[in-house]
Design a binder for this molecule. Structure first.
Ligand code: SF4
Ligand code: SF4
Length: 684
């Protein structure tokens, strides 16, 4: 009787502590800015829960650590039944779960997962203590050790409790199903019944206290993700991967919650605060980040951890100031004072340099096993720095001004947008009509600013247009009516400039109603495809790598001539990571005869950024190794003589890198359209 009373008290105390802390955590989350959380489409959300949470898919992409985590996670799901059984046994000697509680296979599964979880813990220790991956630098490793130790102790005490129950003939399962528990029970063979009964009490209590202590402790630790991961996945943005969140800039409808980005911790959305609470500090994002990997201060993991720490640091004082809650002027003044004292996120919590180092490549978001969305929060901080503080790298100024005044970051007159049609000295001039003169054209060729103004990329657009001519496709352009899609402005944090350009382009495109837009730029593709719907622009748009693959597959383009000995392909982040476009370029390269094709070490969805995305094209890269050099070094190591690209930024960055490495004779950089044209037309 006393034992039952004591256990009831301990459970009630633990539940109260857990509930109190949970309430505090919820209040902390509610300090964030309101943003729609309710899923609009439950089908995909359910699939995400099954695949990402239950199936552990993102974790299992990392074989050894993935297996380790999956064993522990799945083990915990199965062993929830044993936890209920352990508590139940305190109240009723022969307790069994209703319906399944005496079913042999469940007993077997429990035995198996005791071993599996123990194996997972062993693997985790081996990874942390022997392998010591760099991705853990900056993580709280000691805390993880305690947690692993606690899980190990929970498994041990569970096994001992089961063994004691078997020895006392109180075990709910047929023991032929539970060989492991039987073996341990056999070790207790010589003990008297009294001793066994005492041991059962000791093991049960030890096990129960560990479980309850763990439950309370995890709400204070980074293992909070056990509770929040499912929610974080549930509340993952439903925007397409490549789209940034829109900002309300309409002063007439702006509410108190609309800010110019994030300046204080309370400017983050509830989801962004939940991201912080969910971070497991696993460092997968950090290990994939091109900025971190080239020696820059930015680590997506540390950004998220620093924001979380700031929430816990400042959150308490905010909650205390709110605590009066009676609406009195004194309380309101107290809250205002506490809000005023919050430190600015930049540079106090996250250094400005880290914010500007991001190329928005998406590697971090893709790697994160619990769907943390780093880019959103980084861009929100940029928006504040640009739109409220006017504090950004000096060299960005001219690009932003040019975008505002001339509609392109180069600041060139719009008449020059037709220059690419002239071709080079050995090429014939192309005559491409304006879309208004060819409204039935199959394709509207969206040239993009780099294609229009950068000499290297003019050749790419020319080659692509020639290929369409050869394939017999009717196509047209917008000519000098085209403007930048706004991609660099949006990613640099100048949302007002982006929205101006986006609205202008959407209006223009709607007026022309093209049948299909094709572009050689993944950034233009991404913005038109994923972001213009935010402004009512829904267009059929294709990146030229995919379009060329279609033409080759249909036999409308026939590569004949060998044009290189060995080829490799550099995937642009905005194709591969943000839009899952990896196959088109490979289909085309496969069709070109004579060249040996090999993949770069980091390729496809795991590509490595050239360093120009996120507006970095117009910023100096002063810290660490230059990303384009890192990528060129990788291409040189591949022993290919040609690296093919599918993006004007990558084209410029890699070509510059080759020059810097004085490797012009070893490696040439060319766009997919150019190499295909050479093969189709024969080397000229
Ligand atoms: S988007 Fe790319 S550069 Fe930016 S933090 Fe993530 S991994 Fe690093
Ligand atoms: S943000 Fe995601 S990937 Fe990065 S450390 Fe946290 S949980 Fe791991």
């Amino acid at each position: 009787m006393l034992e039952k009373l004591l256990m009831t008290l301990v459970i009630a105390l633990s539940a109260a502590l857990f509930a109190r802390r949970t309430r505090t955590l919820v209040e902390l989350l509610r300090l964030g800015r309101d943003a729609p959380l309710k899923p609009r489409r439950w089908g995909p959300k359910l699939t995400q829960q099954l695949v990402v949470v239950l199936g552990q898919r993102k974790l299992l992409q990392w074989s050894l650590p993935g297996v380790m985590h999956a064993l522990i996670f799945w083990g915990f799901l199965v062993l929830l039944t044993t936890i209920v059984e352990a508590f139940g046994a305190v109240y009723q000697e022969d307790f069994a779960l209703p319906i399944i509680g005496r079913w042999g296979p469940l007993g077997l599964l429990q035995d198996i997962f005791i071993v599996a979880v123990a194996g997972g813990i062993g693997l985790a220790f081996a990874i942390r203590k022997l392998q010591r991956p760099e991705r853990f630098s900056g993580s709280h490793l000691e805390e993880a050790d305690y947690i692993l130790g606690a899980i190990g102790a929970i498994m041990l005490t569970l096994l001992l409790t089961r063994a004691a129950q078997i020895s006392l003939d109180r075990f709910p399962y047929d023991t032929s199903w539970t060989p492991l528990s039987m073996v341990v029970a056999a070790l207790m063979g010589g003990l008297s019944r009294g001793a066994l009964e005492a041991l059962e009490i000791v093991f049960t209590w030890w096990h129960s206290l560990l479980v309850l202590g763990f439950l309370v402790y995890l709400t204070y630790s980074k293992h909070l993700h056990i509770v929040t991961a499912g929610l974080n996945v549930l509340f993952t943005s439903e925007r397409p991967k490549g789209a940034l969140a829109p900002m309300n800039l309409d002063f007439e409808t702006m509410s108190e919650d609309d800010r110019f980005g994030a300046n204080k911790i309370t400017d983050l959305t509830l989801k962004q605060l939940l991201d912080g609470m969910t971070c497991t500090e696993c460092g997968r994002c950090q290990s994939q980040c091109p900025a971190w990997n080239t020696g820059k201060p930015l680590s997506p993991k540390l950004v998220i951890m620093d924001l979380r720490d700031e929430l816990f640091r400042s959150g308490d004082s905010l909650l205390a100031a709110k605590a009066g809650g009676n609406g009195s002027r004194k309380v309101e003044n107290g809250l205002e004072a506490a809000l005023a004292e919050l430190p600015p996120l930049n540079p106090e919590v996250v250094a400005d340099e880290a914010i500007w180092d991001c190329t928005t490549c998406g590697a971090c978001v893709q790697a994160c096993p619990v769907n943390i969305e780093h880019i959103d929060v980084i861009v929100d901080m940029r928006r504040n720095l640009v739109m409220s503080e006017s504090r950004f790298p000096r060299e960005m100024q001219s690009a932003l001004q040019n975008l505002e005044t001339t509609g392109n970051p180069w600041g060139r007159p719009s008449q020059e947008r037709l220059e690419w049609m002239k071709g080079s000295a050995r090429q014939a001039k192309l005559e491409v009509p304006h879309i208004s003169d060819a409204p039935d054209a199959e394709v509207l060729l969206w040239v993009g600013c780099a294609g229009a103004f950068d000499e290297r990329n003019r050749g790419v657009v020319y080659a692509f247009a020639r290929l369409m001519e050869i394939a017999g496709i009717s196509f047209a352009v917008l000519g000098k009516d085209e403007s930048c899609t706004g991609d660099p402005a949006r990613r640099m944090g100048a949302e007002h400039i982006f929205q101006m350009l986006a609205e202008q382009n959407v209006e223009l495109l709607k007026g022309q109603a093209p049948r299909r837009i094709v572009t050689t730029c993944p950034h233009c593709f991404n913005t038109i495809f994923n972001e213009y719907p935010q402004f009512g622009g829904h267009f059929e748009v294709t990146h030229h790598t995919e379009y060329l693959a279609e033409l080759v597959a249909a036999g409308r383009l026939q590569p004949r001539e060998p044009v290189a000995d060995s080829i490799t392909y550099h995937d642009p982040c905005y194709n591969a990571r943000h839009n899952d476009l990896v196959q088109g370029a490979r289909t085309v390269l496969d069709a070109i005869p004579g060249a040996i094709y090999s993949e770069l070490h980091r390729h496809g969805h795991g590509t490595f950024c050239c360093g120009a995305g996120g507006g970095r094209m117009w910023m100096e890269e002063r810290r660490g190794k230059r990303m384009n050099l890192e990528r060129v070094d990788e291409a040189l190591a591949s022993d290919s003589d040609t690296v093919v690209v599918g993006c004007p930024y990558c084209n410029i960055m890699l070509a510059d890198g080759v020059v810097d490495r004085r490797a012009n004779l070893d490696l040439s950089v060319t766009d997919l359209a150019q190499i295909l044209l050479r093969s189709v037309e024969g080397e000229k």
